[in-house]
Structures are given as structure tokens and as C-alpha cells.
Design a protein around this ligand. Structure first.
Ligand SMILES: Nc1ncnc2c1ncn2[C@@H]1O[C@H](COP(=O)(O)OP(=O)(O)OP(=O)(O)O)[C@@H](O)[C@H]1O
Ligand SMILES: [Mg+2]
Length: 337
């Protein structure tokens, strides 16, 4: 499967047009400010409904325009498929083969992995950056996870409201607290499995590409502490215990103090937290290995898909120099480009 065509209308500075991609490696070059990153962003947007450089859809719409459309066509073994996002003001409509779809059904049709300088934030940034990233990555591979996340966010909002309104002794709170724990545990189990799998691949890639003697691990830092070997019922029990312990403090502060919305993920290189101890080069290498591991894991979780690895900023390629061309060759050998 590969993206063979993209059309855009009112996307940033790009002239409304249709662009065809080659099946293998596509090199995009041009002057500063010509629209290279915008083009890559349009590809990312049509695949994911999101941008890698802004959270505001308004910034992607051409100045002074209210409507923006991006359309993509990709070729698969079982025939061509089209996807499109129609943005009107803040509202986004998703189309698969011209039929309107929910976001949850849209996402995961075309899988994209991006690699941009800002990705270093995945190591040095706040936990919410890592949570957002892994939420999206796990969702690409597992639809059930996305459903759990969407449902959990709604439940959390209600739980927070009930705590704020001092209704923690009412029946309605008990109902929501149970939902909160059940959906929270589903999230923990998905995260635990996904991180365990990706950590193995991450280490293999790092050793293969950068340093065969290094040990790289990605650890799931769950708000419940060590959850590695716990059964579902043990997790529910532990979660319930913690809820009871924090109840008073939550009532005092007026919001939820625990839950998977507090989780984090830690990269450890040779047993040391990469955020505090790794060099710039090591951090970049970790991120690159992570991106390759994402491809590996998506290939495992979803069969019969081909991925696009977009190395968006040529500057990065230039900086990495020869090594990158070797990596690209290697990726081609793995058949992912
Ligand atoms: N919403 C928008 N509408 C119209 N133009 C925009 C919008 N957002 C950004 N631009 C303009 O688009 C131009 C191209 O930006 P882009 O980042 O895609 O360029 P680039 O080719 O990647 O440049 P560089 O080589 O410097 O990274 C910029 O000049 C920017 O001012
Ligand atoms: Mg650019």
C-alpha cells in the first residue's frame, strides 16, 4: 500500500493542485518558505486528521479562508482507496471512498510515521507529550484502545465535575468511579503490552543502527506503580484502593488526582534516564530507532500495509550525513519505503 496522490485546496501556502508520488523514495526539495514542510504536513494531515506542528486547524487553512480540503488516494493489493478531510471553520468531516465516516473509523486507514526535529520533545518534554504520542501510536495499531481513550476522557470529565460539586458520596459518583476504574484498567493493559513490544524492537533497532553494545529500554511508568505482572482483577483492586486513599484529597482539591491521565513513559539508555543523561546525538538516535520500531510494530499488529517514513526536514538528513543514506538503504531493504 502506498499513497499515490494528494490534492489540496487552501492548505497553508500550497497552490491548489494535485500531486503524484512515486512508489519508493520521494525527495522533496525547494527554496526556504516554498512549502516543503507544508506538503509533508498535508500528507500527515490527510492520514491522521492532525498536524505535527500545530494543534490549531486554523493555522493550516490558507490565510483568510474558512474552508480547506485535503484528499489522498492510496493503492492497495485489493484496489485503490480514497480518503479526504473537509475542514469548514473548526469542523472536520472525514471521508473514506467518498462516504462520510467517524474519526475513529477514519484513523488507521493510511499509516504514516513522521520524523521531525521537534520529536526530541518526546524525550525531553513533559509527560503529556509522550502520552499524546503513545495514545496516537497505540490507536493506529489498535482500534479498541482509541475507543477506551475517547470513553475514558468523557468519564474523567464527569468524575472531575462530581468531585468538584462534592458529590462523592452519591450513587452517581460510584457509577462513574467504577467506569473510571474499568476503562482506566483497559488503557493500562494496552499500554503495558504495547510498550513491552515496542521496547524490544526499539533496542534491536538502536543496536543495529547506532551502537551494538548499548541497551535501550522504554519503560511504562504507570501511576499505579509496578503493573507488569498484575492480572486485570489485581489492577482493578489496586486502582480501587488508590481511589479510596485519595478520595479526601481529591474532594479538597476538586479534581481527579490519579488515573492513566497521569502516566508517563521513560527512555533508559544503559540503565540511565535518557532525558537527564543522554547526549543530543544519542537522543536523536533513540528517536530515530523509535520511528523504525513504530513501523515494525504496526507491520506486526496490522498485516499487509506499507508505510511511509517521512524524513521531513532535509536539514536533519544533512546533519546525519552518510549515516542517513545508509539507514535509508537499510529501510529499503526492509521494504518499508
Ligand atoms: N495558513 C497559511 N496560509 C498561507 N501561508 C502560510 C500559512 N501558514 C504558513 N504559511 C507560509 O507558508 C510558507 C511555507 O512554509 P513551509 O514551512 O512549508 O516552508 P518550507 O519549504 O518547509 O521552508 P524551509 O525550507 O524554510 O523549512 C511560509 O512562508 C509561511 O509563511
Ligand atoms: Mg520546512
Amino acid at each position: 500500500m502506498y499513497l499515490s496522490q494528494i490534492n489540496f485546496n487552501n492548505f497553508r501556502c500550497l497552490k491548489d493542485s494535485k500531486l503524484l508520488f512515486g512508489k519508493d523514495f520521494n525527495l522533496i526539495y525547494g527554496k526556504n518558505g516554498q512549502g516543503k514542510t507544508s506538503l509533508i504536513e498535508a500528507v500527515y494531515f490527510v492520514a491522521t486528521g492532525k498536524s505535527f506542528r500545530t494543534k490549531k486547524v486554523k493555522e493550516m487553512r490558507k490565510y483568510n479562508f474558512h474552508r480547506m480540503i485535503v484528499f489522498g488516494k492510496f493503492e492497495r493489493n485489493d484496489g485503490d482507496k480514497t480518503i479526504a478531510i473537509d475542514v469548514n471553520e473548526e469542523k472536520k468531516d472525514y471521508y473514506i471512498d467518498k462516504n462520510k465516516n467517524k474519526y475513529i473509523d477514519y484513523i488507521g486507514n493510511l499509516n504514516v510515521i513522521s520524523f521531525i526535529p521537534e520529536d526530541i520533545e518526546l524525550i525531553v518534554g513533559n509527560p503529556n507529550i509522550r502520552r499524546g504520542f503513545f495514545n496516537y501510536e497505540i490507536s493506529q495499531a489498535r482500534k479498541d484502545y482509541l475507543k477506551s481513550i475517547v470513553s475514558f476522557e468523557k468519564i474523567l470529565k464527569v468524575r472531575n465535575k462530581l468531585i468538584k460539586e462534592k458529590k462523592t458520596y452519591e450513587e452517581i459518583y460510584k457509577i462513574y468511579n467504577k467506569k473510571f476504574i474499568d476503562e482506566g484498567v483497559n488503557i493500562i493493559i494496552h499500554r503495558r503490552e504495547f510498550i513491552k513490544n515496542i521496547s524490544v524492537l526499539l533496542n534491536l533497532n538502536y543496536q543495529k543502527l547506532f551502537d551494538e553494545k548499548a541497551e535501550l529500554q522504554l519503560k511504562y511508568d504507570c501511576f499505579l506503580g509496578d503493573v507488569e505482572k498484575k492480572s486485570k482483577s489485581e489492577l482493578v483492586e489496586k486502582f480501587e484502593e488508590q481511589c479510596l486513599k485519595k478520595m479526601e484529597r481529591e474532594s479538597f482539591l476538586g479534581y481527579s488526582l490519579l488515573g492513566p491521565q497521569k502516566d508517563d513513559f521513560v527512555f533508559e539508555l544503559n540503565g540511565k534516564n535518557a532525558k537527564s543523561y543522554s547526549s543530543q546525538g544519542e537522543k536523536k538516535s533513540i528517536i530515530f530507532s523509535l520511528k523504525i520500531a513504530e513501523i515494525d510494530i504496526l507491520m506486526k499488529e496490522k498485516k499487509n500495509i506499507q508505510f511511509l517514513l517521512w524524513t521531513t526536514f532535509l536539514r536533519i538528513l544533512m546533519k546525519l550525513g552518510k549515516k542517513v543514506f545508509w539507514i535509508i538503504l537499510k529501510i529499503k531493504k526492509f521494504n518499508v519505503l
